[in-house]
Design a protein around this ligand. Structure first.
Ligand code: GOI
Length: 531
């Protein structure tokens, strides 16, 4: 009898540990609040991930075309984005899906090498312009607001050949490119994003090898890239503000990627490490644009300066802004675009970390995730930690003077399938956290975009990781699109402005891996019946 009782307790424990009652992870109890009437619901995509038609109608090679054509091993399934979801030809079906979802707004990006094949504004490709005009007209026809990301990672290779984002002249080239877009589309496009996730462009693309152009010139190139990119952003903001806003109105901002940083323990040092993570990553880009003082975060200036001196450089590897540049960049955004997916635990490093020199080494902190956090995603970094989303929104609201936030990306990846329980659960939890952020914490959030409208070319993951609300059959000649269960969930949230009746904030079972459950439960159950 005693054995039977203790076995019963063990069974209960296994059930709990398999992810049933993990209320602490959620953004709070189920929120009965609803999303404000004027709250913007949208879906996001990016040109290089969906369009295909990589060399059609005058488009030239982008740095992503170049990277994956020359290094097929860069991509998990050795695929490329030559055809992708073929949205260059199927944009009408895309707009139909957006209508099915019932969302207010669609965020897509423009391919620079499609519009300006030489990289420069000397030749504007009329067929490239026509494609985006068709897409915008199709959206407007059905009352869907277009939001344009000007740069989502696909630089013309011809500009990379002359240094890309490390060439200071790119500030002018980028401004010319944005000017072409404003000239052609600002009458109909009222939301503009200058850059998607500049930290990925610079830190991973120039400092590391994880994103194109995979330069690996860490410690130097990520700082040069960021410096030019921030100047380019500010230049384009001022161009829009002076020449186009007076004519057409509209808003412009940028989209920064940030994880939430939770201290690994509640020691003073770990609390400091978590704070330092946010100031030196999100703050690297946000402080120059969104803080009252402008410029890079003082701590980053100090850390890179000290390390550079110790390493015998004649000057800091972090370039300096002149006082007039600081002024020019400060305040150059109408909203704070945020891409958020997951959370990390931070602690201070007590020895050198990362390559020397590198941004990671300059900052000197250690970033891990709790292995007990639910996941099961095809992207192993994507742990499900809804409370982190809520805390990050509050942090941004407080740190950057109550700036209006638009969540321009949030979503979950799996290995494909229409019955996507994990994604349904992820969206439920993160939208619940968002309701708490808005109504309880008074975080200033004005919109939310799901990443992504459909399965697409997931960079180094190729077509292995699927983020779509719509499944894309990449093997079918017409790239058939089918709504997943998550598409139905999202459209019901958009329609009702609230969470579905059956949402349970303590339920993380969709992320507990079946094999563990079955392999631990079945023998125990058998034993229990025997006793
Ligand atoms: C967006 O980026 C983006 O805008 C979309 O285009 C995109 O489709 C969408 O998100 C979905 O991804 C080197 C295990 C450094 C732990 C290499 C494995 C760090 C950590 C490789 C593998 C994960 C979303 C990288 C923002 C960066 C992915 C930020 C999400 C960190 C790594 C890893 C690595 C790893 N993050 N990114 N990471």
């Amino acid at each position: 009898m005693e054995a039977k009782n203790s076995l019963f307790m063990l069974l209960l424990l296994v059930i709990i540990c398999n992810g049933n009652a993990q209320l602490y992870l959620s953004g709070g109890p189920k929120s009965n609040y609803t999303f404000p009437k004027d709250f913007l619901f949208g879906v996001s995509t990016a040109a290089a991930q969906i369009e295909g038609a990589w060399n059609e109608d005058g488009k030239s090679e982008s740095i992503w075309d170049h990277l994956v054509h020359n290094n097929p091993n860069f991509v998990k399934d050795h695929s490329n984005a030559d055809v992708a979801a073929d949205s260059y030809h199927l944009y009408k079906r895309d707009v139909e899906m957006i209508r099915e979802l019932g969302v207010d707004i669609y965020r897509f990006s423009v391919s620079w090498p499609r519009v300006l094949p030489t990289g420069f504004a000397n030749e504007v490709n009329p067929l490239g312009i026509q494609y985006y005009r068709n897409l915008i007209d199709e959206l407007v026809k059905y009352n869907i607001t277009p939001m344009v990301t000007i740069y989502h990672w696909d630089l013309p290779q011809k500009l990379q050949d002359i240094g890309g984002w490390t060439n200071a002249h790119i500030v002018d080239y980028y401004t010319d490119y944005a000017n072409v877009l404003f000239k052609n589309f600002a009458d109909k496009v009222k939301y503009w994003i200058t850059f998607n996730e500049p930290m990925q462009t610079c830190l991973e693309g120039y400092g590391g090898t994880y994103r194109a152009p995979a330069l690996n010139r860490h410690g130097i190139a990520e700082y040069l890239c960021t410096h030019n990119l921030l100047k380019a952003h500010a230049n384009v903001y001022h161009l829009f503000d002076k020449q186009y806003r007076p004519l057409y109105g509209g808003k412009i901002g940028m989209s920064l990627d940030s994880n939430w940083a939770e201290p690994k323990t509640n020691s003073t040092k770990d609390i400091e490490a978590a704070r330092l993570y946010l100031t030196t990553h999100l703050g690297w880009y946000a402080h120059p644009v969104y803080s009252t003082e402008g410029n890079y975060p003082p701590e980053l200036i100090k850390l890179v300066g000290q390390k550079s001196q110790k390493q015998n450089y004649s000057r800091s590897r972090l370039p300096e802004f002149t006082p007039s540049e600081v002024d020019f960049i400060r305040g150059t955004a109408d909203f704070f675009g945020l891409n958020h997916y997951t959370t990390y635990l931070l602690s201070m490093a007590d020895k050198e970390v990362g390559a020397i020199p590198s941004h990671a080494n300059d900052v000197g902190i250690i970033r891990v995730q709790d292995p007990n956090w639910p996941s099961k995603s095809s992207s192993d970094w994507l742990k499900v930690v809804p409370f982190g989303f809520r805390r990050l929104l509050q942090y941004i609201t407080k740190t950057y003077n109550n700036i209006p936030i638009i969540v321009t990306e949030n979503g979950y990846a799996d290995f494909s399938g229409v019955d996507d329980k994990a994604r349904v659960s992820y969206y439920g939890h993160y939208l619940n956290a968002l309701l708490h952020a808005i109504h309880v914490d008074k975080s200033n959030v004005h919109g939310y975009f799901a990443w992504s409208l459909m399965d697409n070319f997931e960079w180094d993951d190729g077509y292995v990781s699927r983020f779509g609300l719509y499944l894309v059959d990449f093997k079918s000649p017409n790239k058939t699109r089918t709504a997943k269960h998550s598409a139905k969930l999202y459209s019901s949230v958009v329609a009702t402005r609230g969470l579905p009746a059956d949402y349970d904030p303590a339920d993380f079972t969709a992320f507990s891996s079946a094999p563990i459950l079955v392999s631990t439960m079945l023998p125990l159950l058998a034993l229990y019946r025997l006793l």
